[in-house]
Every structure is written in structure tokens, then in C-alpha cells.
Design a protein around this ligand. Sequence first.
Ligand code: ADP
Ligand code: MG
Length: 453
Amino acid sequence: MNLNNFNINNFNNLGLNKKLLKIIYNIGYKIPTEIQIKCIPLFLKGKDILAIAKTGSGKTASFVLPILNNININNNLQVLILSPTRELVIQIYNFFNLFIKYLKNIKILSLYGGQNYNIEFNNLKKKPNIVIATPGRLLDHINKKTLYLTDIKILVIDEADEMLHMGFINDVKMIIKNIKVLHQTALFSATMSFHIYKITKNIMNNPKEIILNKNKINLNIFQYFCFVNPKFKVNILINFLETEIFDRLIIFVKTKDFSSKLSFLLEKRGYLSSALNGDMNQNLREKIVLNFRKGLINILVATDIASRGLDISNVNLIINYDLPYNVNSYIHRIGRTGRADNIGKAILFLERKDLKFLNLINRKFNNSIKRINLPNLNTLLNIRFNKILDLIKNNFYKNSYILNFYKKFLNKIINSLNEKEIFDIALSLLILFYEKNFSKISYKDLSKINYRW
Ligand code: ADP
Ligand code: MG
């Protein structure tokens, strides 16, 4: 069968061993994704690879599976995987473990900033076969001589364009310098600028390029923008939270400080929200991502540290509250939804001054980003009244024992009143109920305000 033809509809023909195939089917994967079909056979042959495929298309398994297939457990550290954020290191580590728990004797270790050094020292002494790391912490270990890259046979750089960009490139170069032996290099990303593409040539040997969906839009994500007046941004956001239906939502903001402030505001209003930013201590960061995965919170107010690679199920709404830094950042942010075969929605808040950015991304996405109106007061009131109606009804039917008591009481009141008085009392009760539940929400119809730009 021709491996370049991606009609192959199972994992059997990619060159993976039987044991691994069994595990793959055990964890529920039936059909390999296009990037997996193209990448795995080449990876198994030891080729250098540059793989570009859209967010959520299964790039992780494209390197995890061939690594596990080819690994020699008698050797020392032979596989190094680099990733830009701690959260992503942990995610890749956990992904490996899905498979490794069925495979004996493969030792794997994650190294990242904020983690206790002593734990890492001890784990390094156990001679892991695979290390997944953020570049800074890896270099710390190299400098402390607690880790050597001398036997590395495979180097994988996930989110490669970010890793070869200004913030990381020097660290990555230094790390590569420490790998003395000839090794296989594989780079993965959803985005790649021409400038970075040229740099990839310097760190690879005659690489095979697998570039999928070039300039194609991610059809799983429905993209919208709306115009917002900066003065009312928070209120507009809260209105959207009332009108949009979502399981999990990530709100992207520009600064660490504001992510905490905004999340605090939402928490005060009763939303199950947490901030996620680089100022938080590592334990907290890990706990928050875990709580979000578990559904203990369903809103994450994050800076761009959450924009790359995170794969969390049921994130079906992304709100770009603040403008992303560039088009690629936008692509990665919205790529936290619509993963694998799921559908997602992304809403971008725009101010007048951001029109240029809208043009940029619209060009990238073939003008598929549609304008949506801000939630109007009528819709909001309807939603709220339905909520109130639900609350009232539920309270009625729950407690039948007390219900009889109140029924008698109410009958007494009703008998002594005329129709208008009864209506007035019901009205007062409704207002009380509404104010109790929605008192902090303004009555202004934000969708009708004419913004003076
Ligand atoms: P990428 O790195 O390309 O953004 P991931 O590797 O994080 O994407 O994969 C996205 C999601 O798709 C993950 O939840 C992963 O478990 C799932 N996935 C990957 N490959 C398959 C497959 N062959 N069948 C079903 N689900 C898959
Ligand atoms: Mg990824």
C-alpha cells in the first residue's frame, strides 16, 4: 500500500510494532490523522522532519508513537523533547504515560521551571530514557552537570516556530550544541514564518517536509468578531457569558495582572473561573490546569502561556478579550478549541484601532470571520427570566412538605386581596428575585450604544 496516500484508514500499515498497535486501539484511536499517516513512517526510518499541521490535528502522537516504537530501553537518555511552556511539558509527559503504562521499563522524566530541583536530581539519577523539558530548566541541569545529552538520538522540538523565535532560540542553540552525536531532529508546529523556516535548515539534515493545510482554514472553528467600546468591555464580556452556551471557555487577555483582575471579577459574580499566568507559582498553575481539565472550573482567564499546544477536552469557546500580538498568536489561541473532530467557536473583541488586525486575519482565513452583534438587552432579559422561572419552579416542586404550609399561607393572602393587589405583590417578588440574582448587572443595552470612535 502506498504510504503517501492518506486513505489508509487504520494504524496497521504505518510500520508500528504490534504491541504499540494494541495499545493505540486500547486507548481508543481508530483512524490515524493525516499528519500521523505522513509523519510516522518517515519518523520510524530516522529521517529529519519538519511537520506543519493545523492545531488539534494530532501532532503529539506523530512523534510519541515512533519514539516509543524505536526506543532501546537498555540505553541511557536517548530522546529529548523541548516545548515552550511548563503546561505543555506536563501534557506531553502525560500523553507518553498513556502508552508507557502498558510498556515495561521505559523511564521518562519531565523537567521544567518551578519544579523542585531535588526531586529532579533524584529522578535524573534513575537514568531516564526520555526527557521532556522547557529549555531554561534543561540548560540549568546541563550547567549543573546533572544531565548529559551525549547519547541523544532523537530531538523533538514541539511548537517549533515559537522555540526558534527570539525568546528561545539561544537556549535551543546551546542545547543542540550539547548533543555531540549525530541525531534525528523533528520539528512540529501549526504555524511557521518564512524567517523561522530558514532557521530550521540550520538545525536539520536534509529534512523531509510535511506541510499540510497550507493557508487552509481550520473548518472546525467558527470565528466571529464584534466591535467593543473599551469602556464597556467587561460588561460586554459578561453579557456574552450569559448568552453563549459553552462547556469550557478560555478568555485570552494581554497582561498577567489583568488576567487575575478579570478572573476575580468573574469569580465574584459566581462564575467558576481562574486566572492562569506566568506570575503564579508552579503548584498553583498546575492545580488550575488540572481543575480546568476536571471541570471544577469552566472558565480560564489566561495570558498567552495558554495559547500554545494545550489540549483540553470540551473547550468549545474562546474569547479574545484583548487583541493577540500577531496572526500566529491568534491562530494558536483559537486552536485551543475545535480540536480533533470537535467543533468550536471563537469571538474576537475589536476596537476601532484594531481594524488592521481584522484585515490581516481575514486574509489568512479567506474572509471567514463573521461579525456578530453584541448581546442585546431583550435576549439577556429573556435568558434571565427563564432562569428565574426555572429557579422558582424548581423550588416549588422540591420541598413538598413545606409547600403545603406556604400554600395555606398564600391562599389566606390571596383571599384578602383584589386582582391588582395580587399582581403588584407578584411583581414585587419578581423584582426582589431578579435584583438578588442579577443586581450587579446594568440595564443599559450595550448593543445599542453608538460608539464614538
Ligand atoms: P496538535 O499537537 O496537532 O495540536 P494534539 O496532538 O494535541 O494536536 O491532538 C489533539 C487531540 O486529538 C488530542 O486530544 C489527541 O488525543 C487526539 N488525537 C490525536 N490523534 C488521534 C487519532 N488518531 N484518533 C483520535 N484522536 C486523536
Ligand atoms: Mg501540539
